[in-house]
Design a protein around this ligand. Structure first.
Ligand code: E4P
Length: 220
């Protein structure tokens, strides 16, 4: 599977990419806007933070297909291995089909239903990103949507994978992986929650205490 960090904070990405086995970094316009740097400034810095082998994702801003395609070409020219995130609208589907012809890898984003995700896959997106927590927040069932989409892709579009997104808790992410998703992207706080378990610290402290009282030191 592929694990991504959902952030454009270069310092934090650098710090967490040292710890977590990450495949790369996903961004969206809101995430990039937080840092005030332009996308063109921050993308090379993020690439450096995750290393040459890491994959970057960046989203187009145009509403029309032609604009999306032109922005995608510029993104590809700036970062050759980039995956271009295209919102799955009617125009987005037109753009995804065109970009597939041009060999530019896409992710269908802003996916709120299984049918929308399936359409993006059939249009040629390599990834589709259902927004798990946002679906829950509007009264839907994010995990169920992911489960349905996963089954649909396995049956009808096996070359496309779900990159599940929009998480508030590690539980949501694990449920997506249990549903068979091959990729997830985590906000930094959710990634850190996966390791912040108070019982682990107290278990290690007890090992240290027992060791030190027996051997008078904290090394082997
Ligand atoms: C990914 O494609 C999305 O941009 C992102 O995960 C949305 O996350 P949010 O709902 O926490 O803003």
């Amino acid at each position: 599977m592929e694990l991504y960090l959902d952030s454009a904070n270069v310092a934090e990405v650098e710090r967490l990419a040292r710890i977590f086995p990450v495949a790369g970094v996903t961004t969206n316009p809101s995430i990039v806007a937080v840092g005030k740097e332009t996308l063109w400034e921050v993308l090379p810095r993020l690439q450096k933070a995750i290393g040459e082998e890491g994959t970057l994702f960046a989203q187009t801003m145009s509403r029309d297909a032609q604009g999306m395609v032109e922005e995608a070409r510029r993104l590809r020219d700036t970062v050759p291995g980039i995956v271009v995130k295209i919102p799955v609208t009617a125009e987005g589907l037109v753009a995804i089909k065109q970009l597939k012809k041009e060999g530019i890898t896409t992710l269908g984003t802003a996916v709120y239903s299984a049918s929308q995700g399936l359409l993006a896959a059939l249009a040629g997106a390599k990834y589709v990103a259902p927004y798990v927590n946002r679906i829950d927040a509007q009264g839907g069932d994010g995990i169920r949507t992911v489960q349905e989409l996963q089954t649909l892709l396995e049956l009808h579009a096996p070359d496309t994978m779900i990159l599940a997104a929009s998480f508030k808790t590690p539980r949501q992410a694990l449920d997506c992986l249990l549903a068979g998703c091959e990729a997830i992207t985590l906000p930094l706080d959710v990634a850190q929650q996966m390791l912040n378990i108070p019982a682990v610290e107290s278990a290690i402290a007890k090992f240290e205490q027992d060791w030190e009282s027996a051997f008078g030191q904290l090394t082997l």
